[in-house]
Design a protein. Sequence first.
Length: 478
Amino acid sequence: MGFWQAVASWAESCPNNSAVIAPSGKLTFSQLAGRAHRLARTLKSYDQQRIGILTRDPITMAVGFHGTSLAGKTLVVLDPSWPQALLESMLGNLACKLVITDYPNRLDKAGLADPLVISEEPDRSPWELHEHENERELLIICTSGSTARPKAISRTAYSWLASLAAGAAMLMAPEEAVTLSPGPISHGLGLYSLIESIHTGGTFIGAGHWRSEVLDSLLSQVSCNRIVSVPTILDRLSTHLEPQHLSNIRWVISGGETLPVQLVSRLQALPALESCIEYFGSSEHSLIAYALRDTTAKDAGCFSGRLFPGVSVHFHDVDPDTGSGAAYIDSPYNANGYDPATAPPIARCGNSTSILDQGMQSDDGTITFMRREDGMLNLNGNNIHPSEIKDVLAILNILDAKVQVERQNGHARLIVHALSPAVDSGLLHKRFFELLPTFKVPHEIIFHKEWPLSFSGKSTAIWTANAMPEPLTRIRLR
């Protein structure tokens, strides 16, 4: 069943059921179908194929996605956290002349695209129950990859429908699921969980980005039984939300970095929990592998699980000592690749594609993926590669730096430790906020005279508070 057919079907069978609950209000399936239908009629009057969307609101995203799908257009997901210069550059590169948005002022500044605000008035004319060809470009979603420059990933309707069909059963997304996804709605995991929930007739709850007080307010209106998030936010949910809001959780779905054993133990202690499922995937490949997590596993700094149905993997440049190599994925869920205006072509081998994740597969079919070499960090649900921050530092001739997430007074903060004479704080602030989204800007840069050494005389990569050398100076950026 296609995206629009699913929405229209739920609108007819359960029109008053909540499809989306967000800070901006509640959206029933009937309202979603009516607003998406009106948007589709509006979009058909435009020649542009690519339609941008710039929003943090799950309701705007839900209507925008299904309206563009029905109109046969391509939805380009733009990140509200991007600096203005980056937003303007991406609008130009991706040929977005029309943007659905809650932030028309940002587009007025750019002058590169016209803003379109979605009408809340439904179109009650008969539904246009038809689908466009599955191989057409449905969606472009951007990821930072391992550089500060976002890569625009092109997905077909077929690839996303295939992943929804395979993932719904494995990732516990039945019609009765009330799914909380507390991370950014413009990022892959948040967007996918929104569309998955609507497609299967469930209810989606989201704040659009992490805000514990807003989530508490939303969960006081409706009880959720399923959570889709990353370990960093799952950890914060258990400490920041009222305990009663988690008392009915039956399914926890985790993506991103590996779930720590201590967090798995806390999740398993939830009174109604039936399963905790961790999956490995990427915006380029969607679903790759999954694992049921219990308290018997040990922290190994990597993911081990089983491939989703229809996925196969082979490896290039296998290390004879470790048995690991670069994973190439052949799957019906694979994206087309990168838009050439934003990134070089994706690595290919026949029908398989790779973003050079390192992994290995054992004789019993278990697949293991290692962490990225640059040690990807996750802060409040946002993926951050240290190389992105180091690229900005290099512009300022700060060439020796360590980037890590540290907990201070109960809060996770992005901290840079650097060997360098102190530089002008105003220049640091200007460059970082020009070149990186706000969530990737370090909270603080701490300059040191030298690195601390371990007992073996090696530089210590990750420091504890006791091992921290006396700083020369500290510059706070946010």
